[in-house]
Design a binder for this molecule. Structure first.
Ligand code: EPU
Length: 417
């Protein structure tokens, strides 16, 4: 079992290029099932979750060729309509294949998906929307047996919450449905816009991506296309946090600063200086970080839940008290138990975490239990005095490409053993 060894308290300085977005590439890989031609994707991060998606595509019968950060996908040979339990369990995003398979093969047999343990993660919005469009879905234990007797019908879908996954699944299914589908209260994340750009380049007619009201006019066929995945805003926040906790200054390349608006405001409140120019951002931390009054996680354009653990680690050495309120997932403070081992001072009160900044953290032996929790532990270890060991790297590898190499290039002392 591999672990990371980190010798902390080294200022990070230098240039880092940000990988393509995990949460963008995963639904795009699922959507490629709908295409009748070949797709070429650029800027695909090398991640475990991408490998799982490729395994699903290959299981279904597609041909996928990987060349560095480029993928060539030919889904014309797909024949299977089921995904076995062992592949579904690997990640939450496997559920996005449901819409694509059902739409293409009029039949889908899947299992309830896995993914990070962040509290209950139901898929009722996805299933209700498909049923509204005419799909027959039988839930048999953990299995989902789905049928569409004919082309599904466009309709109006009112989402109870702006769910990212449900918006993606409905967009994908609606693309080849009969007539117009309206999604009210749609998610507005940049990853939704990237999926819409990909599908529209394949011939879909999706209007309003990035707004709460999305309209999709069904078309008969989608073609192959060439598409470049957007930069990963959560990974960018992770490198900014790594620089912040070590008192460093870094230049981030391949970022979209507008996607980071809410995160940049919080870093500025902590005293960091951020200058953006085009796809580059210079990040400079102050001598001592200031606390954050209150961060409430919200759907985009609000502060992302995926950045909560990452910023909380930084606030543990800020001067004063910072409050984090998690409003998206029920159980997303699990990693804080491990942060306490570095000497962080954190009180959990219901949906809130109150952090009393301490001047110093100290190296610790810790274990990650989810992806962003893993990133948070690395950040704490980078800022801590002394040596740390981090286990549970399978979670980290789901979302971060070559993180130890990139941190080493910035001056961190970090190695995987
Ligand atoms: N929800 C339901 N029913 C549903 C769907 C969602 O009740 O059918 C609830 C969820 O339980 C949650 C809320 O709605 O409380 C929002 O969930 P959402 O569907 O938006 O999340 P997701 O699609 O499962 C994606 C990202 C997550 C990210 C969330 C929120 C991917 C692959 N995952 O998950 O990313 O935290 O949106 O922004 O895109 C990560 O990258 O570490 C990660 C967990």
């Amino acid at each position: 079992m591999s672990k990371l060894l980190i010798e902390g308290n080294r200022k990070l300085n230098g240039i880092v290029s940000i990988q393509g977005s995990k949460n963008s590439v995963l639904p795009i890989l699922a959507a490629s099932v709908l295409c009748s031609g070949k797709c070429i994707l650029h800027n695909c991060p090398n991640l475990l979750d991408v490998d799982f998606s490729i395994k699903i595509l290959e299981y279904l019968g597609a041909i996928v060729i990987k060349d560095g950060n480029d993928l060539l996908i030919d889904t014309s040979t797909i024949e299977k309509y089921d995904i076995p339990d062992y592949l579904m369990k690997e990640m939450r995003s496997s559920i996005i294949f449901l819409g694509a398979i059902l739409s293409r093969l009029k039949r889908a047999k899947l299992f309830f998906p896995g993914g990070c343990e962040l509290g209950p993660r139901p898929i009722d919005f996805h299933l209700n929307a498909f049923r509204q469009m005419g799909a027959i879905i039988n839930e048999e234990g953990c299995a989902l047996n789905c049928y569409a007797n004919k082309r599904l019908n466009g309709t109006q879908i009112d989402l109870p919450l702006p769910s990212v996954g449900a918006t993606e699944n409905i967009m994908i299914v609606a693309t080849l449905a009969n007539g117009i589908t309206i999604i009210n209260n749609a998610a507005r994340e940049p990853e939704i816009c990237d999926l819409a750009r990909f599908l529209n380049a394949c011939g879909a007619k999706i209007f309003g991506a990035g707004e709460s009201l999305l309209a999709i006019e069904g078309v008969k066929k989608l073609y192959g296309t060439e598409h470049s995945i957007i930069p990963d805003r959560i990974v960018a926040s992770t490198f900014m946090s790594s620089a912040a906790i070590t008192g460093g200054e870094i230049l981030l390349k391949n970022v979209v600063p507008e996607h980071l608006h809410s995160v940049i405001s919080v870093f500025e409140e902590m005293g960091c200086e951020i200058d953006s120019l085009g796809k580059e951002m210079n990040f400079k931390s102050p001598k001592r970080l200031k606390s954050i009054k209150k961060v409430v996680t919200k759907p985009y354009p609000g502060f992302p839940t995926d950045t909560q653990a990452i910023l909380l680690a930084v606030s543990s050495i800020a001067q004063g008290e910072s409050t984090f309120i998690e409003s998206i997932f029920k159980n997303r403070f699990g990693y804080t138990n491990e942060l306490l081992k570095f000497g962080a001072n954190i009180d959990l009160i219901g949906k809130s975490a109150v952090v009393n900044g301490t001047p110093k953290l100290f190296g610790a032996n810790v274990k990650a239990f989810d992806l962003r929790g893993a990133a948070s532990l690395i950040i704490a270890a980078l800022g801590a005095f002394g040596n740390s060991e981090i286990q549970g790297l399978k979670h980290l590898d789901r979302g971060y490409e070559n993180i130890e190499e990139k941190l080493s290039n910035l001056g961190a002392i970090i190695k995987r053993v």
